[in-house]
Design a protein around this ligand. Sequence first.
Ligand code: ZN
Length: 296
Amino acid sequence: MARPASAIVNAMSVDVEDYFQVSAFDEVVPRASWEGRESRVCANTERLLALFDEAGVRSTFFVLGWVADRFPGLVRRIADGGHEIASHGYGHRLVYEQTPAEFREDVRRSKAALESTTGTRVRGYRAPSYSVVDRSLWALDVLIEEGLEYDASIFPIYHDRYGIPDAPRHAHVMTRSGGSIVEAPGSTVRIGRMNLPIAGGGYFRMLPYALTRWGINRLNDVESRPAIFYLHPWEIDPGQPRIKVGSVSTIRHYRNLHKTEGRLRALLRDFRFSTIGDVVIGPVLPSSAAAEQMWA
Ligand SMILES: [Zn+2]
C-alpha cells in the first residue's frame, strides 16, 4: 500500500452535530423540534472513530454543547480515543446573528459542558458554518477573553453564507486589543486571484477525490504547509432521514453521501493527520499528575 509521500502532518477535524442541525435547515427545522427527532450523531461519530482508529489518526472533534449535554458518553469515548475535544458552540447559532453577549454565553455554555464531561481544558473553537466573517470579527475578542487558544472559523473564500475572501490562507497569530489567538482557517489553494476550498465538507463530497488529493499535495509539497481538513458525522450517513428543503441546500447536503466513507479511507491512507491543536499550537504537555504517574 502507498505510504503518505509528504512528511507534513495535516490537521483532521470533525464538527459533531446531527443531520438536522445544519444551518441550511434553519428555516425548515425549528429548534424546538430537535429533541423529538431521530438522533444519529452517536452512531455516525462512532463510525468515524473506528475509521480513525484503523488508520491510527487522531482528530479534533468540535462538539456542539447541545450534543454533549445529551450524549456525554460519546464525548468521553472521543476523548478516551486520544482525540482533541474542542467547541462548536452550544446551540449552532450563526455568530453574525448573535449579539456579542449572546455569543459569549453560547461559547461559555458549550465550553463548560465539554470541560465538565472530560475534565480537560478546551483550547479550540469553530463557529457554526464558518460564521466568523468581517462583520463578526468581534467574536475573536470574546474567544480570547473566554480563554480559547485557537479559532478555526474563518474560511478565506467567497460563499453565500460565510467567508473572508482576503483573509490569510494559513494558520497565523491574530493580535487583537485584548490579546492574541491562533487562527486556523479552512484550507484552500490559490488559483489565479481565487482561493479554491480543497479540504472538506461539501467540496470533498461533491468534487472528485482526486481534486482534494491534488490540493493537499500542493499545500504540502509546494507551500510546505499543512491542510486543515473538516467533515461532519452525517456526511458518512446515506441512510439519514430526508428533510425537504430548497434545491441548492438539497444538493449541498445529500450529494454523494454514499461515497464519503470510501473517500475518507483513501484520504487517511494518502496523508498524515493529527489534531488541529497539535498542528497549529503543539501537543498538550502532560500535567504534573500525569507526569508523576508516567515516572512512578
Ligand atoms: Zn456545524
